[in-house]
Design a protein around this ligand. Structure first.
Ligand code: OVM
Length: 400
């Protein structure tokens, strides 16, 4: 058996340093090229995988690499979770199997057919307003507005106070990294934002028939308990907004940066869905998730001790040249099957049909109504320990 201390390369890179959060790609290359599994000098409790093969292998061995000890840097076997653990994200079978079944039914492809006209009408309304305006902030005027309207509407959350969803998402995804300045800044609002979120998980705050109410109905039916219901609504409110906002923002960025690709989309609006998919691969919204080794094991033949945190670099895997030809190129005619921006295995994004619906609808309306999409100035980033997020994206939309 190989000795883990001597045979796993140790790198001095810090994935949470501002310069690496701003431009992670040189670091990803260093990590991929150093080996199939690496250690990081500043983070002695973890090993990291940045190649597609190993990230995929870890995510698809959920018995060995568990989620119940947290999917961030913190090890819940030793540290108190930042918030009561999610009943789906931070759970393993058999609990995960039960909760996942309820959420997957509520977010099933059949349900997407039903919500599609409503989501489509809102996409048209918002894109039209942006085209009217001409110059827009692609984040504030479009990428934020759309999910913040359609998703809480579908869950059945009222209009007031929805900005709490943005603050909460930023906090939850920061909490998966170290307790650095980014985390401290977003966690400063923990008490008031958590109070708002948990209140809106209660049945009396959820429109009858919405996704949130359907969770309570599953409790009535005995599939889950009534104690579990608000915690599963919390998963919708945690994972359903900031993720899609940045997925859309990154897709707008990809198209604005690559006019040749936008011209292809414009010529054939049915490429909206693959264009969104390729944006997920190219700028993965969720850059990283962790697992925890449930027992002594190996990754690519290297010993990994029980209780080691395993950092899965989704975004690095999605640009691994071993998997993707010309990986740094945003190419909407690539069919990026196997990208892991939405995870892989039993924890793969349960809301992925909603994310894809939103991405497809916004890009297809743009493709039909916008002749050119161009940057009018530099974009700015909102650094987050987990998310690849833009703060502002100044754009000019030329009407078709
Ligand atoms: C949850 C949750 C929170 C953040 C992300 C996520 C990507 C899930 O509370 O279940 O999935």
């Amino acid at each position: 058996m190989a000795d883990p201390v001597v045979d796993i390369p140790v790198l001095g890179v810090d994935p949470y340093a501002p310069e690496n959060l701003t431009d992670p790609y040189p670091m990803h290359e260093r990590m991929r090229e150093a080996g199939p599994v690496v250690r990081l000098a500043g983070y002695p409790t973890l090993v990291a995988c940045a190649r597609h093969e190993q990230v995929h292998a870890v995510l698809n061995d959920h018995d060995t690499f568990i989620s119940g000890a947290g999917v961030g840097l913190a090890n819940f076997n030793r540290e108190t979770p930042f918030r009561p653990r999610s009943l789906i994200l931070e759970a393993d079978p058999p609990l995960h199997t039960t909760t996942r079944a309820v959420l997957s039914r509520i977010l099933s492809p059949k349900v997407m057919q039903q919500i599609r006209p409503v989501f489509a009408a809102e996409a048209e309304r918002l894109v039209d307003a942006c085209v009217q305006q001409g110059t827009i902030d692609g984040i504030g005027d479009l990428a934020q507005r759309y999910p913040l309207k359609v998703f809480p509407d579908a869950v059945g959350v009222g209009d007031d106070g929805r900005e709490n969803l943005l603050v909460y998402g930023d906090m939850v995804f920061n909490s998966m990294g170290p307790r650095n300045a980014l985390f401290e800044k977003s966690a400063a609002r923990f008490a008031s934002v958590t109070a708002w979120i948990m209140a809106h998980c209660q049945r009396e705050h959820l429109r009858p028939g919405g996704f949130g109410d359907q969770i309570w109905q599953a409790a009535d039916a005995g599939e889950i308990t009534h104690e579990q219901a608000p915690m599963l609504v919390r998963s919708f409110l945690s994972a359903g907004v900031d993720t899609t906002i940045n997925g859309l923002g990154n897709a707008l960025f990809a198209l604005a940066q690559n006019p040749d690709q936008y011209a292809k989309l414009r010529a054939d609006p049915t490429l909206a869905r693959p264009a969104f998919e390729e944006a997920l691969r190219w700028e993965s919204t969720a850059q990283t998730f962790f697992r925890t080794a449930a027992r002594d094991t190996t990754i690519a033949g290297h010993a990994v001790a029980e209780d080691t945190k395993v950092l899965c670099m989704l975004a690095a895997a999605n640009r691994d040249p071993r998997k993707w030809p010309d990986p740094d190129r945003y190419d909407i005619e690539r069919r990026p099957t196997g990208h892991m921006a939405l995870g892989s295995g039993i924890h793969g994004c349960v809301g992925q049909a909603v994310a894809r619906l939103e991405g497809e609808l916004i890009l297809s309306v743009i493709a039909r109504r916008v002749a050119r999409i161009e940057p009018t100035g530099p974009h700015t980033r909102r650094l987050n320990n987990t998310l690849r997020a833009l703060d502002t994206l100044p754009l000019r939309l030329t009407p078709a």
